[in-house]
Ligand binder design. Sequence first.
Ligand code: NFE
Length: 512
Amino acid sequence: MTQTVVLSPLTRIEGHLAIHLETEEDSSSGRTIVKKARCEGEMFRGLETILQGRDPLDAQQITQRICGVCPIAHGIASVMAQEMAFGILPTRNGRIAQNLILAAEYLHSHILHFYHLAALDFVDITAILKYNGTDPTLVNLRNWVKNALDKNLAFPGAPFLPRTETDQYLKADEANWRLIESYAKALKIRTLAHEMAAVFGAKLPHSTSLVPTGVTGEVTIERVLSCKSRLEQIKTFIHMVYLPDLFTAASAFPQYWDIGKSQGNFLSYGVFRMEEKTGEAVRNFLPSGAVIGGTYQPLDTSKIREFVEHSRYSSASGLHPWQGAAQPAPLKGYSWIKAPRYDGQVMEVGPAARVMVLCLGPGNPEMKKDVQDALAAAGVSLEKINSVLGRHLARGLEAKWIADQCDRWLDELEIGKPAAADFDLPEQGSGVGLTEAPRGALGHWLTIQNYRIERYQCIVPTTWNCSPRDDRGQPGAVEKALEGTVIQNPAEPIEAGRIVRSFDPCIACAVH
Ligand code: NFE
């Protein structure tokens, strides 16, 4: 028997995403199996069109509005594109300050994802109803959950629902309770991460300080210490709480090392500039590259194309972002997300992709060893990074590396030296900004004519991961990861929720 299972709207992600699953009952085992999945981005935004005709210096402000979760990544991609178009380079202090702001955004985003978006797929949050202590955050949490359950606030209003009784949550009471306490602590740590980002970013979520060549604020000893004190608390949380919680969840649900496999091709543009350069060849803290069929190759952005056969756009299909367009066609296709491909291949982007590129390419040996040790502790091999648990593990390891690296960047800042430089706007020019947002490879392509933006194209992480089928019919990475999944109860398809959330989708970004 075939059946269509729909998750719409999928909760505990950003934006409007519908997941359609075509399932079939296996005649011998009686199990329900996903045969085909469709990922539908359900909204249109048009930020690229809004940018046309504007002052190029508006771009880092406007593109930050693509998202409230990863605005800094958009701001930095934009100033990098401008640096190339203007023929200028970042200052040393400016580059490091930008790294620190983006790093704080990563720490905020990864902790948000693990605890407040994904963990409730594994933790039985109703255990909070028995709480009779006085911690104000836990008391609030208890009241929210009670309210959600009393009113059955499945949507909107409650991140705690829908719940399912089909699949087991964490069985060990003690471990379950520890994760609930961590859920509450993580709220405070996210505040600290945003405060840390605001030290050089001026304000969050949309920073006003990002400019080509660096940041507008001065580098003072007070600012450095202000970052350090917050970083110290965030680091302690990552080492003592986040990583142990991750391993608790992984050891309770080991089957998720084998669930949620994408096509197995990975792409990273590289992130956190380690030298005062811009463009494709810059040396980054987390390296760039592509892994196709298990083999690393250097990044070559001329291989990128965006396809729209199944997307709601009437613009030509298969364009490189230098020629890209986004003419809306609401009655066409099944998603507002385009289908970017690299050398014709479907690529997964994000923490798992960065870890695969790092391990199979020119990664730092100590980081490679961290990955090996973590996988050995779980008793699995590198290929298992391509799974639900692999994505969670990659995020956790990356949070640790980035937090530790922030200390070194803070020590490298030169107190009193400029964090930006003067520059002139050219009458015409073009530039690309390539970076990695927390959710993956992010590129902004900019052309300028008569001192104004002529064309602006973004290809964004969730555009890669949640893409619909392309012109050749190849499913996107999330669509592929859902195929073959066994659903215990089609009325409560928690397995599909766990798979999609492991990619941490952001649909506001994907459609931009
Ligand atoms: Ni709106 Fe984003 C990140 C970017 S994802 S969260 O990370 O760019 O498409």
